[in-house]
Write a protein that binds this ligand. Structure first.
Ligand SMILES: [Zn+2]
Length: 285
């Protein structure tokens, strides 16, 4: 056992999750998230820092997916990383990834190593800059107010504010349920007394025919968001932010698909009625 590194215990390793890919590490991980470098993860952290292969990601300048390559890796290597962590000095490292379509399209991240802890302390373009263009497709569905709240959730999480980001995600989730509830009320399909007396997860079941299937199946998203707001730490909320955000996007994707289907159905039905009408007129002629 190397004495220079803290030993891992199961509780620490739960909080101390290492991003699964270089893309996540350099471009998607929120600022200030602390990773404790241990003997067990040293090689993995070094591999992420010095990742010199290509990264597939969205280019905000090309406005589409692109391939990024590096010419400026953070440059640590396992032996250097061992030295940085052994002595309690501050070390700053920079990584840059460049779009293969244009050398002017550069994504840069800055890392700080202090003792056995590494954090990303800067990034340009920001995590939010990279993610917001990808959620533009939800603007029409959510409306301006809720869309703004969604971008705020992403912006807060990108800057290490986990609990605050959960507040905005929960409002979007509640908005989806309220929309289904008001549709049910208009069609006189809801028992208001029963609805009001129910917990959110039971309300979702009452409205299940009007809500996206993914939302009904994963109604526990609401409890996770509420638990985050009331009980979880900033770090835990940040750790859960991306999976919950993806869950909400899947719900929105399902709604968009359903609206497209209804629109197509409406148009087809109008056209068929028109053709039937024309044929009837021809028959009468
Ligand atoms: Zn580009």
């Amino acid at each position: 056992m190397n004495e220079d590194f803290p030993t891992e215990n199961p509780i620490e390793s739960l909080e101390n999750e290492i991003p699964a890919s270089a893309r996540e590490f350099h471009l998607e991980m929120p600022l200030y998230k602390e990773i404790v470098i241990t003997e067990a993860n040293l090689e993995k952290v070094s591999g992420l820092l010095d990742f010199s292969d290509t990264i597939d990601t969205y280019c905000i300048y090309c406005d589409k997916e692109s391939v990024f390559e590096t010419n400026d890796i953070a440059g640590s290597g396992v032996p250097k990383l061992r030295v940085y962590t052994k002595y309690k000095t501050e070390t700053y490292l920079t990584s840059s990834y460049i779009c293969t379509r244009s050398s002017a399209h550069v994504y840069t991240s800055y890392f700080r190593i202090y003792g056995s802890t590494i954090q990303k302390v800067g990034q340009f373009p920001s995590v939010a800059d990279l993610q917001i263009p990808q959620i533009q497709k939800y603007r029409k569905l959510l409306g301006n107010e809720e869309f703004k709240e969604f971008t705020r959730a992403i912006g807060l999480a990108a800057h290490g504010v986990g609990i605050g980001s959960f507040v905005y995600l929960r409002r979007i989730f509640e908005g989806l349920i309220e929309e289904a509830h008001s549709a049910a009320s208009q069609n006189h399909e809801s028992n208001e007394e029963e609805y009001r007396a129910s917990r959110i997860e039971d309300r979702i079941l009452l409205l299940k025919d009007l809500l996206p299937k993914f939302l009904v199946q994963h109604r526990s998203i609401y409890s996770i968001l509420s638990k985050g707001i009331h009980e979880l730490s900033e770090q835990k909320c940040l750790k859960y932010f991306n999976p919950i955000r993806v869950g909400i996007e899947l719900i929105l994707d399902e709604k968009i698909k359903e609206l497209d289907r209804k629109e197509k159905e409406k148009k087809a039905s109008e056209t068929i009625s028109k053709i039937t009408g024309e044929l009837k007129t021809n028959d009468a002629d």
